[in-house]
Write a protein that binds this ligand. Structure first.
Ligand SMILES: *Cc1c(COP(=O)(O)O)cnc(C)c1O
Length: 393
């Protein structure tokens, strides 16, 4: 197989490992070097080598991550940022102008809602939230000013599943673009662009990086998306360069390194979460288990169509807030911490941790919920920790 072959024709695993990762032609180094240089020598004024001039505008290590991300999502171009929220901010500023309206799922990442509600709304953007799974409600909530419909599936923390293709059809008929935050599913489990979405965003901090050791974000999109007569990719590239929330070379390289094992990790995350969910169904200390891989989950059939497997995130509803709090503070292998998507298992108490910023809004989470980010440790150890904790509390 030639390294020049277009990466959309080869298996996901091959793309994860090879896209954007051509060996260094001068030394044969199998792993492309990490380019720390902030500036690049010009062959005469304006004579840039491969377009590189100054590292805010472009850096070869960042380019290799961006090529890898575009290949995995089946997009034309990808742009890497210092964090997921930096990526989202750059995308929204590329899409919107004062007077435009954003329609968001009522269960999107709390920081995404906060970004628009507290930073973009004061600059003249309109914002509403809606139950994304209710397609009539989505239709009714669209306004002539709606430019963006923003959704997350599976959502956080109740793992609600949204029909990406159906929402895309409704949004497109109303002249709006669809952005999918694909952080929970990752491109291995779900391909929003192929389902009709226009743009994918990621917090690469989570599964893509995969080891809880590097913050990052990405925007991935198709070519030819017109925004007021300009190509959206060019507008995002300009935001990246002009506002400068770029990822540094070490961060980009660590993310690339994590992505090479994404498919293997995701298979194990899904298998472990499925096993834990199945063992917990009907447990007397639980009111409910939220996992799309369970047949009684309301989004199960849709998730089975739209996703390769059901992912590593699940939530438990205990009988009251006090029990949920005790659970979150009593596990031994599952460590109490924000974030998700690393190889190690984490437990989180959303109402006072990840979702504290949305208390009192439509995005508020019940105090009886705990969320598990199921890692890839031994499944019997993980099941034992959860069952043992439920016994003790
Ligand atoms: C963490 C997260 C974000 C924000 O990403 P950062 O890298 O923390 O800025 C956005 N969306 C989802 C679904 C997330 O989990």
């Amino acid at each position: 197989m030639s390294l020049d072959q277009p990466f959309d024709t080869v298996d996901f695993a091959t793309r994860a490992i090879r896209a954007g990762q051509a060996f260094d032609p001068t030394t044969g180094s199998v792993i492309p070097p990490v380019y720390l240089s902030t500036t690049f020598v010009q062959d005469g004024i304006g004579g840039f080598r491969n377009g590189y001039e100054y590292a805010r505008g472009g850096n070869p290590t960042r380019t290799s991550l961006e090529e890898q991300l575009a290949a995995l999502e089946g997009g034309d171009r990808a742009f890497s940022f210092a964090s997921g929220l930096a990526a989202e901010d750059a995308l929204l500023r590329s899409l919107l102008q004062p007077g435009d309206h954003v329609l968001m799922g009522n269960d999107v990442y709390g920081g995404t809602h906060r970004l628009v509600n507290r930073i973009h709304v004061p600059w003249g953007i309109g914002l509403d939230t809606v139950e994304m799974g209710d397609l009539d409600a989505v239709r009714a909530a669209l306004t002539p000013a709606t430019r963006v419909v923003w959704l997350e599936t599976p959502s956080n923390p109740l793992m609600k599943i949204t029909d990406i293709a159906a929402v895309a059809a409704i949004a497109h008929a109303a002249g709006a673009l669809v952005v999918v935050d694909n952080t929970f599913a990752t491109p291995y489990l779900q391909q929003p662009l192929a389902l009709g979405a226009d743009v994918v965003v990621h917090s690469t901090t989570k599964y893509l990086g995969g080891h809880s050791d590097v913050l990052g974000g990405a925007v991935v999109l198709d070519e030819g998306i017109d925004v007021r007569g300009e190509d959206l990719a060019e507008r995002v590239a300009f935001q990246q360069f002009g506002a400068g929330a770029v990822s540094g070379p070490m961060d980009a390289w660590l993310t690339t390194r994590g992505i090479k094992t994404l498919h293997v990790r995701m298979d194990r995350h899904s298998a472990n979460a499925q096993a834990i969910a199945e063992r917990l169904v009907g447990h007397p200390k639980l009111a409910r288990v939220y996992y799309p891989g369970l047949p009684d989950h309301p989004g199960h059939e849709l998730a089975a169509r739209q996703m390769r497997s059901f992912g590593g995130m699940l939530s438990l509803e205990l009988h009251d807030g006090a029990a949920a709090r005790r659970f979150a503070e009593s596990t031994t292998l599952f460590q109490l911490a924000e974030s998700l998507g690393g190889v190690e298992s984490l437990v989180c108490y959303p109402s006072e941790m990840t979702h504290a910023s949305v208390r009192g809004t439509a995005l508020e989470v019940s105090p009886a919920i705990v969320r598990l980010s199921v890692g890839i440790e031994g499944v019997d150890d993980l099941v034992g920790d959860v069952l043992g904790t439920l016994d003790r509390i």
